[in-house]
Design a protein around this ligand. Structure first.
Ligand SMILES: [Zn+2]
Ligand SMILES: [Zn+2]
Length: 316
């Protein structure tokens, strides 16, 4: 094979990888998770799958980055991991102490036979899709109100304060921000009577899509972006411009963005310079207290005005 042929086949291989990596990785994750359920080891198999996905995406980020400047160190790796652990720790704590703090008392009746309108005899795959759509309604509004209402934006701003996207800032959320989206996300399917197995699937798929959404890999998505929250859409969501950033709120699916008119996917390159307009402290402890300090200083307008592109246009 000549050098030119090798280069051409490398180019072709990369093109194929760019178009298939996102769906293939998600399908592989779903298949291994199903295997975990089948052998009655869902938690350990989920953790191994999540780790394998992180390694695969890390290697792809190094070899075919979407934005080369995002490979540079931004000094936020420790803070990213610390926010991820505190948010995840909070969820673990809620699960562990759900009996003590009374959550079980609410959830147990919702898991009883005949509760709610949920069709529990339908195939599990259909129930998982229904759970994703139902939860997405709560996730969409938790996310949207966190962008449009200043007091909640101060917590969500932690996630948006990064200046590059890569797999390690997937879980960078202030724990109050995480709590809001988790509560709003799972309460709708639970209230409708969705079984806990479907909720577990929801958590696993949300974790996989979250990492796939933040990765800095040069991939193409085509029609996938009409249905799923892809990196292509989420890069717009991290734009500093409100007309671009206050869009694409979907966590996993874009169905509610489509319905409420917040879906965008312009036919040009999204901005490489992302972030927020406020000054964010660099250390993790300072970031944890930052939203509380900012809220204390909000004036009447800060508490009552919704931020969207309409009221950010210059007034005439
Ligand atoms: Zn956001
Ligand atoms: Zn994000």
């Amino acid at each position: 094979m000549t050098i030119e042929n090798t280069a051409a086949s490398e180019g072709l291989g990369r093109k194929i990888l760019a178009r298939t990596a996102w769906p293939v990785l998600l399908i592989l994750c779903i298949c291994t998770t199903a295997y975990g359920f089948a052998i009655d080891r869902p938690v350990i198999v989920f953790n191994l799958t999540y780790l394998a996905l992180a390694v695969a995406l890390y290697l792809l980020e190094r070899n075919m980055p979407f934005e080369k400047t995002w490979l540079e160190n931004d000094g936020q790796t420790f803070a990213n991991i610390a926010h991820t652990l505190t948010s995840k720790g909070l969820v673990q704590g809620l699960v562990t102490f759900s009996g003590v703090i009374g959550i079980t008392a609410y959830i147990t009746p919702m898991q009883g036979e005949g509760y709610g309108i949920w069709p529990r005899d339908w195939p599990l795959a259909i129930q998982v899709i229904m759970t994703l759509v139902a939860a997405e309604f709560g996730l969409y509004w938790a996310h949207r109100i966190s962008h449009e209402w200043k007091p909640l934006w101060k917590f969500h701003a932690i996630h948006h304060s990064v200046t590059r996207l890569w797999i390690v800032n997937t879980g960078r959320f202030h724990f109050i921000d995480s709590l809001l989206s988790i509560v709003l996300g799972i309460s709708i399917p639970l209230a409708l009577g969705a079984p806990l197995e479907a909720i577990t699937w929801l958590s696993a798929i949300t974790a996989y899509i979250g990492m796939l959404t933040h990765c800095n890999v040069d991939m193409r998505f085509g029609l996938l972006s009409m249905v799923f929250n892809t990196p292509g859409l989420h890069r717009w969501h991290h734009s500093k411009k409100i007309v671009e950033g206050n869009r694409n709120y979907g966590e996993n699916l874009m169905v509610w963005d489509m319905i409420f008119g917040t879906w965008i996917n312009p036919d040009r390159r999204p901005p490489a310079r992302i972030g927020i307009t406020e000054e964010m402290p660099t250390s993790f402890p300072a970031q944890l207290v930052w939203p509380f300090k900012e809220i204390k200083e909000l004036d009447q307008e800060g508490w009552t005005t919704l931020i969207n592109e309409e009221n950010t246009k210059p007034k005439v």
